[in-house]
Write a protein that binds this ligand. Structure first.
Ligand SMILES: [Zn+2]
Length: 258
């Protein structure tokens, strides 16, 4: 079982070492920006590292938007980040499922997702797995309710899309964590990564507010069970820096016997 943390991008390997982590996730740019990633000086070190690298796409990306001035640049930016992520040897690029907003038809969002993969194929394909993450909220979200994830997968499954299951988002999004891995796998056939987070917000609150394991509203045993059942690596995206995240990683290791 490989466990790690979402860390500051300045020196991810040092952050991993400080936490005793076997995996790290970080952003290649300011997550609130639409910037193109700059070449990194530590590319060779990242590629050679035994630490598994995951890259999180910027929050600004919403490939499902009905607004073509958001949707089209999002599609392109996702491919740009995918190429930059592959450059550093990442195992996957995580991107939120996105949303179509109030008054729009969610069906159009799923079709837009299909177009993301068609566009990428026309450009030579994604150079690494794209892991679509479930979200806690979002106005008319593509990947909050698992019924919608099923409709999404009808469009993207054939392209080899991957799935990142965030336990905070699932809980706050109104999906029961008991037996969740089986329910996801029945839809997607795969879970590539677990975001192992507790939730400050209550069940079905729609609030994307991560908390340290055991400090929020989720029974940590259910997070451990999800990691175990999935067999996937886990990343904590929790507060508290080295101290807070090291405690979360230790809790996961202890309770899972890893
Ligand atoms: Zn997450």
């Amino acid at each position: 079982m490989r466990i790690g943390a979402h860390v500051d991008p300045a020196d991810p390997l040092a952050e991993a070492a400080a936490r005793g982590a076997e995996a790290v996730q970080f952003f290649l740019t300011d997550p609130q920006s639409s910037k193109t990633p700059e070449p990194r000086e530590d590319v060779e070190r990242l590629r050679a590292s035994e630490v598994d690298i995951y890259i999180h796409a910027p929050y600004r990306i919403n490939v499902a938007s009905p607004n073509n001035r958001i949707r089209i640049p999002s599609r392109k930016l996702l491919l740009t980040h995918a190429r930059a992520a592959a450059e550093v040897g990442a195992k996957g690029l995580i991107v939120h499922g996105g949303h179509v907003g109030g008054g729009a038809d969610l069906a159009d969002g799923f079709v837009s997702w299909r177009k993301v993969f068609e566009y990428a194929e026309s450009e030579g394909g994604f150079p690494l797995p794209i892991l679509i993450e479930n979200t806690a909220g979002g106005d008319n979200a593509c990947a909050r309710r698992f019924d919608d994830v099923a409709r999404l997968w009808d469009e993207v499954g054939r392209f080899g899309a991957g799935f990142c299951l965030d336990t905070c988002h699932a809980f706050a999004g109104g999906e029961d964590l008991v037996g969740i891995v089986d329910r996801v796998k029945a839809i997607t056939g795969r879970i590539d990564l677990i975001h192992a987070n507790d939730s400050k917000g209550g069940f079905d609150s729609g609030q994307d507010r991560h908390d340290n394991l055991g400090s929020g509203k989720i029974d940590p045993e259910l997070v451990v069970a999800a990691i175990r059942a999935s067999g996937a690596p886990a990343i904590v995206e929790t507060p508290g820096g080295v101290e807070g995240q090291s405690a979360d990683i230790a809790l996961l290791r202890q309770r899972s016997g890893a």
